[in-house]
Design a binder for this molecule. Structure first.
Ligand code: PLP
Length: 309
C-alpha cells in the first residue's frame, strides 16, 4: 500500500482504501500496518467488523491535504440522514476509547488464540490452512493472523456446504464461506472454550464426510472473461421497461439489475451491460454451489431482469 500511495501521490492523486476489515490494524503492533500509516489519504472501515462497534458503525478517516474536506463534507451531506443515532456514535466512541487504551492487549489475545487454532487446524486431515508464510507471494504483502482461512475441499465439501453443516450441527456461524474455503475470524472477544468448541466441530465435520464428493468446483473465471460491453446508461436500463427471462434466454440481453455474488462482494454485472454466455454460465455455477447473491431480483438466478424488447 505504501508503494501504491507513492505512485498516486507522485501524480497528485489521493489514495482511498477499503479498510472494512482492517480498522484494528491501527491499534496493535502485531497486526499489519494500517492503511493510514502506509500513506492512504482516505479510508473507510467498519467498527462492527474487527473492533467492538454495534452494527452499522463505519468510520471514514482522512489525513493530509489531498482530500478537500469541505467538498467531502458536502458530498457526505447529500447522503446523510438528518437523524444521527447517538447510540451508534457513542458505540464508535466507546470502541475507539477501548482500543486506544487497551488494543495491544485485546488484539494480542486474539492473535495468540488464532495461533493455537491455526496450529490445531494444520493437524486436522482434509483441511488445508492458508498459512501466514505466504506473505511475499504476488498480491500478498502481509497476513492478518486473526483471519483463519482454510480450504475444505479435501473433505469432499464446498465451503458453503461445510458452513451449512457447522451451523446445523453445532450452531457455529463462520465469518465467511466460498466455494472452497471457510474463514473464521478470531476476535478479542473469543476465548479458549470457543476455540475448543470450533475444533470439536471441525473434527466431526471431517468424520461425517469421509466419502463425500462435492462434485465439480467451479473455477473462478479470469476477470477478462467476465467483461461485458456497456450498451445503455445504467440509469436507463434500471429504471426503464424490464422483463424477467429464464437464464438460458439471457445471453445477448441487456441487464437491468446489479448482480453481486458475496463473497467477494464485487458486482459481476451492472445495469446496462450486455450479458454474455460466459457470465450467465458463471451465474449458474454460482447458483448451483449455493452462493449468496446481492442485487438480483431472483436470488436463485433462475431468472434474470433484463431490459424489455
Ligand atoms: C471488503 C468489504 N468492504 C466493505 C464492506 C461493507 O462494510 P459495512 O458492513 O461497514 O457496510 C464489506 C462488508 O462485508 C467488505 O467485506
Amino acid at each position: 500500500m505504501r508503494a501504491l500511495a507513492e505512485v498516486c501521490h507522485a501524480r497528485g492523486i489521493p489514495l482511498m482504501t477499503d479498510d472494512a476489515w482492517g480498522l484494528d490494524h491501527a491499534f496493535c503492533s502485531r497486526l499489519p500496518m494500517s492503511s493510514l500509516e502506509a500513506g492512504a489519504d482516505l479510508t473507510i472501515g467498519s467498527v462492527h467488523k474487527t473492533l467492538s462497534g454495534l452494527c452499522q458503525t463505519s468510520v471514514m478517516s482522512i489525513q493530509g491535504d489531498r482530500i478537500d474536506s469541505g467538498r467531502l463534507q458536502l458530498a457526505f451531506e447529500l447522503e446523510q440522514s438528518t437523524s444521527a443515532s447517538s447510540v451508534l456514535l457513542a458505540s464508535i466512541d466507546a470502541a475507539r476509547r477501548e482500543f486506544q487504551r487497551d488494543g495491544e492487549r485485546l488484539l494480542g489475545h486474539a492473535i495468540d488464540l488464532a495461533a493455537v487454532l491455526r496450529e490445531r487446524i494444520e493437524a486436522l486431515p482434509g483441511l488445508d490452512l492458508f498459512r501466514d508464510d505466504r506473505a511475499g507471494e504476488p498480491g500478498i504483502h502481509a497476513m492478518d493472523p486473526t483471519h483463519v482461512s482454510f480450504d475444505v475441499t479435501g473433505l469432499g465439501l464446498t465451503g458453503f456446504s461445510a458452513a451449512d453443516w457447522l451451523r446445523e450441527h453445532h450452531g457455529i456461524h463462520v465469518e465467511l464461506a466460498d466455494h472452497r474455503r471457510l474463514m473464521v475470524l478470531v476476535t478479542y472477544a473469543d476465548d479458549e472454550a470457543g476455540v475448543a468448541r470450533l475444533l470439536v466441530a471441525l473434527r466431526e465435520l471431517g468424520g461425517a464426510h469421509v466419502d463425500a464428493d462435492c462434485g465439480d468446483i467451479p473455477d473462478v473465471p479470469r476477470p477478462q472473461d467476465l467483461r461485458m460491453e456497456t450498451v445503455m446508461l445504467p440509469r436507463e436500463a434500471f429504471l426503464g421497461a424490464t422483463e424477467l427471462v429464464p437464464w438460458r434466454e439471457a445471453p445477448g440481453r441487456i441487464s437491468a439489475e446489479m448482480i453481486c455474488p458475496y463473497p467477494p462482494g464485487v458486482p459481476v454485472v451492472a445495469p446496462g451491460e450486455r450479458l454474455t454466455e460466459a457470465v450467465v454460465d458463471y451465474f449458474q455455477q454460482l447458483a448451483a454451489a449455493g452462493v449468496m447473491v446481492e442485487g438480483a431480483v431472483d436470488e436463485s438466478l433462475a431468472h434474470l431482469r433484463v431490459v424489455a424488447r
